[in-house]
Design a protein around this ligand. Sequence first.
Ligand code: SF4
Length: 437
Amino acid sequence: MKWTRKENLFPFTENNKRYHTLDYFYKKEFHSKIFKVSLNAGFTCPNIDGTVGTGGCIYCSHLGSGDFAGNEQDDLITQFEQVKNTVCKKWPNSKYIGYFQAHTNTYADIDTLKEKYESILKLKDVVGLSIATRADAITEECLTYLEELSKRTFLTVELGLQTIHEETSKLINRCHTLECFEHMVFELRKRNINVVVHIMNGLPNETKEMMLDTIRYLNKLDINGIKIHMLHVLKNTKLGQLYLENPFPILTKEEYVDIVCDQLELLRPDIVIHRITGDPKKEDLISPDWLLKKFDVLNSIDKELVRRNTYQGFGLSSDNFRKKIISENLRSHDHVYSFDTSLKTLQFLCLLTPKGVLKTADDTNIYDLQNDEKGKLSFIYCNEPKLLCRNNITIWLSLLNSKGIILIESSHPNKFYKEIGEEIFFLDTYFYIIKKN
Ligand code: SF4
């Protein structure tokens, strides 16, 4: 294996992605190429028809945030077959998930829901359904049916949350509470139904810290996936009208990328990322223009994570931080000494130094090291601080080459190490980096 300085240490990936992509998840789950076919089943929304609100969420388009769904005039099978016919020319062995996307797709009587869902489910090569809805629009009767449905197919319910902050929720006219959302997540997960949550970055008046709070909150819930959207202002929406009357700040691409990378670092690594940017239609968009270059946004997120040498869930564990320091400081030919003899650490060190020399506290002692490694070691890793002390530090330093470092981990601050090196506190651990020079 060719080792690169910024090797990707994220566990749920097979390529350069440093977050848990939907492609990766589908590959593991279905062992096949999966396409989600967006459908418009002609539903409306309780936040539009006056049941819980009127006018809808202020960013919602006339197509009920289903701008890439099929044409409502066509029946569901025609919508589905149109997409499938195109896809299967290129990927003949693909499987499909019917995605009920436009408006609120549980907002009808149970017979109507059954008829619509089942009409797609019975089609050849359909392996699942994804149903986008609101937390306040799933009845007890519907929950019972969804539970039964989830035993027959791969069922996901997508809930629009956007933000945990009540003042923003009021501003965007979401018209249901965080308690209502949390209750529905619990009811769905209790029935073993997959839950994906939509959030939106860049909502008016929200700071970066508020957006990170939304992630911190979701980490505590038993959700399976997340869709991260960038707020975009569309023509013929309430938001569009407000923006044209009184333009408010919209995130730049750089700000968005920075916020998303911070969010990914905070997010549990098992949560699958179903979407990481917005995808508006050019003819409907007022702002921001940069959102039209979807691949540029995706590439920028990838690049930023490489630059930081972090990944999804990085900020949740000091173990990850240790890996970052080690991977940034080791090269393939380095000579390394480790006080930590656990298999996990040794495998990791071997991976990073495939052509180097690895010695451990188990198989060598300081006198052998002085004979064999004096001035040669690039890295000494110590997770038991008491083994490196004022009395012997000079000997250990003498083993390092001119660029060599000692990394010490401790659960308590250490005055001596701080005097001779750099102290970094990350989560519950003190890291000390001591250089020869
Ligand atoms: S809940 Fe969805 S469909 Fe209803 S108004 Fe909001 S964005 Fe539109």
